[in-house]
Design a protein around this ligand. Structure first.
Ligand code: HEM
Ligand SMILES: *[C@@H]1O[C@H](CO)[C@@H](O)[C@H](O)[C@H]1NC(C)=O
Length: 334
């Protein structure tokens, strides 16, 4: 009963959730257990390695921004997308492969790799907050949960050179907004989706320039960083230390999917420059303040808006109908 209630509320919260060519429950007759299979695979991988949750969430984003959400990120090959620098640290490919293997047994040739990734991204978010509380029930009790429209088909093209569409760690707000706009997403989607950085980690090499020898700063550190936060980050990322070392992006609650990210931006504790500038820019700052629930502003509820923007992002340039194919193996075209 409680279970049904949560699902219903989530479905309503995500606003009907229907995109061009996708719909909630696409597999309800052709592969009724599809969503349950993906969910159980995510849950079992998460219980042995919680870092797959941020890994998969980011992978879905990187899929959607390059050739649309068509699983192009999953294809192997000497010059495929996954070889591009922003994709080299992606984690969780084995989760998708596992889910695909089980789905090919349950309903061969039916469920696309692109849909597996979209469902696994939703389940990854749900599992972060619910697992600690109720390991056997993979439903978000106090974090975002949304219905995922499905029906995507898998693409056949994957080129590292196309990964330039992806927003970069040092992009200005104007560039970030332009890259989102090219995908039919707006500034509110940008601020909502950047909230994904409430979990996961970033490599020192992507933000260390903000800590040492920052141009024009007497302290050596980017002045938009909280002065008390700088020594903490310096301890985690020594000047000549390993640039590949990873640091939690949400210092306050790295393992909870919560709105703490926005509080970090306000207090100068955004780790990446691309996050920090969302507070520095007057336009996006107004949106951050709405996520913070500042009195007098029209509030935005992170848990609801995140799911809504994920559904929008999940519909970017989706292939449906006769386009694309249903891959047998997620790592190779048929
Ligand atoms: C302006 C947009 C964005 C930029 C510039 C950006 C940039 C980055 C960078 C530089 C990292 C660290 C990567 C590394 O150290 O290897 C990262 C991590 C991450 N990003 Fe984003 N990101 C953006 C938007 C998003 C969106 C839309 C999502 C998902 C909805 C997302 C989810 C994540 C997650 C979960 C991680 C942690 C990955 C892990 O721990 O393995 N990001 N992002
Ligand atoms: C961002 O960093 C990359 C790699 O270090 C560099 O090539 C690029 O010029 C930088 N972009 C901006 C806008 O500073």
């Amino acid at each position: 009963m409680v279970l049904f209630f949560v699902v219903w509320v989530a479905a309503v919260a995500s606003g009907g959730a229907r995109g061009q060519g996708t719909r909630v429950g696409f597999y309800s007759r052709t592969c009724p257990r599809a969503e349950a299979i993906v969910r159980s695979v995510v849950q079992s991988h998460f219980s042995s390695d919680p870092s797959i949750a941020p890994g998969i969430l980011r992978m879905h984003f990187h899929d959607c921004f390059v050739h649309g959400c068509d699983a192009s990120i999953l294809l192997d090959g000497p010059t495929s997308e996954k070889t591009a620098p922003p994709n080299r640290q992606l984690r969780g490919f084995d989760v998708v492969d596992d889910a695909k293997a089980q789905l090919e047994v349950a309903c061969p040739g039916v469920v696309s790799c692109a849909d597996i990734l979209a469902l696994a991204a939703r389940d990854s978010v749900a599992v972060v907050n619910s697992f600690a509380l109720r390991p056997h029930v993979l439903l978000s009790t106090n974090g975002p949960f949304w219905s995922v429209p499905t029906g995507r088909r898998d693409g056949r093209v994957s080129l590292a050179s196309d990964a330039a569409n992806l927003p970069a760690f040092n992009d200005s707000v104007a560039v970030q907004i332009r890259k989102y706009d090219e995908k039919g997403l707006n500034a509110q989607d940008l601020v909502a989706l950047s909230g994904a950085h409430t979990i996961g980690t970033a490599a020192c090499q992507l933000f260390r320039y903000r800590l040492y020898g920052f141009p024009g700063a007497a302290s050596g550190a980017d002045p938009s960083l909280d002065a008390a936060f700088v020594p903490q980050l310096r301890a985690l990322c020594p000047q000549n230390g390993d640039g590949a070392r990873r640091v939690a992006m949400d210092t306050g609650s790295p393992n909870r999917f919560d709105a703490n990210y926005y509080g970090n931006l306000r207090s100068g504790r955004g780790v990446l420059e691309s996050d920090a500038v969302l507070w520095a820019d007057a336009g996006t700052r107004g949106l951050v303040q709405r996520f913070l629930g500042i009195r007098g502003l029209a509030g935005l509820t992170f848990g609801v808006e995140f799911g809504r923007s994920m559904v929008k992002m999940g519909n970017v340039e989706v292939k449906s109908g006769a386009a694309g194919e249903i891959r047998t193996l997620c790592t190779a075209v048929n």
